[in-house]
Design a protein around this ligand. Structure first.
Ligand code: OAD
Length: 235
């Protein structure tokens, strides 16, 4: 059975084979860093230098990484599928863009953008970020932060995402543990609206029981096979 309106949700697992660490796997980022200190507004308030350094390291790793076959296959599906393919990512890297995805919704923000905590201005940012940087709009110093969504903050573009989920006939989660809401709730929303659900992951996720189908294995191998099937008329 084909699908005409697909929503794909990606997580850190889709970038794992590009060399970017996941969060919750053994040895992942949340084993190495205290989430409360580096990924919350309160942590930033306590020690902004620590938080900026954490994201400077993420940005440096991202620069060294290249898209893998999973990113390329998703971009191919977006370009070649006869129906609509909406790509929502929790990732803050730019690997979907570098794989030529025509449209990417970054619900957790982007590493390569800056946000002024004083005036809300957002702009592109390529290098390291430091406490002495200033906002080009309001000129404040010490208020420049990565334009990423921290725990306790509202993810971006939620209304647009929910509109696509309510209107999809296939929901696919790739490389995400299903541990962080609201993204972890998308599969239930899609199911409630009658969509079929597919999980593509290394291992069953936290909400595995909500998926109709599962493809287990490294995304760089499983996603190209799934996309080939979709474009070839099967699944
Ligand atoms: P997690 O680290 O929680 O989960 C990554 C998932 O990818 C796990 O289920 C792994 O089994 C799977 N995985 C690992 N390697 C894989 C591979 N090569 N191929 C396929 N799957 C693989 O990452 P996310 O679910 O993305 O938020 O985490 C969600 C959010 O929690 C992140 O956006 C971030 C984090 O804290 C914020 O920082 C706000």
């Amino acid at each position: 059975m084909g699908a005409s309106r697909i929503v794909i949700l990606t997580g850190a697992g889709v970038s794992a084979e590009s060399g970017l660490g996941t969060f919750r796997d053994v040895g992942g980022l949340w084993d190495q860093y205290d989430l409360d200190e580096v990924a919350t507004p309160e942590g930033y308030g306590r020690n902004p230098a620590l938080v900026l350094d954490f994201y400077n390291a993420r940005r440096a790793n991202c620069r060294k990484a290249a898209p893998n076959p999973a990113h390329a296959a998703i971009a191919r599906l977006q370009r070649q599928h006869r129906g609509r393919v909406t790509l929502v990512t929790q990732n803050i890297d730019d690997l979907h863009e570098r794989a030529d995805s025509p449209e990417v919704i970054h619900m957790h923000g982007r590493l390569l953008r800056a946000l002024c905590a004083a005036c809300g201005h957002q702009w592109g940012w390529a290098g390291d970020m430091g406490l002495g940087d200033h906002c080009p709009s309001c000129a404040s110093v010490g208020t420049v932060r990565p334009d990423v969504v921290w725990f306790g903050e509202m993810p971006y573009q939620m209304e647009a995402i929910w509109a696509r989920i309510e209107d999809c006939d296939l929901f696919v989660a790739i490389g995400t543990s299903g541990a962080v809401y609201p993204a972890a709730g998308f599969v239930a929303d899609a199911r409630d609206r009658g969509a079929r659900t597919l999980e593509i992951n290394l291992e069953p996720s936290d909400n595995a029981s909500l998926f109709d189908q599962r493809l287990l294995g490294p995304a760089g191998e499983t996603v190209p096979v799934w996309v080939e099937g979709m474009l070839g008329g099967g699944e």
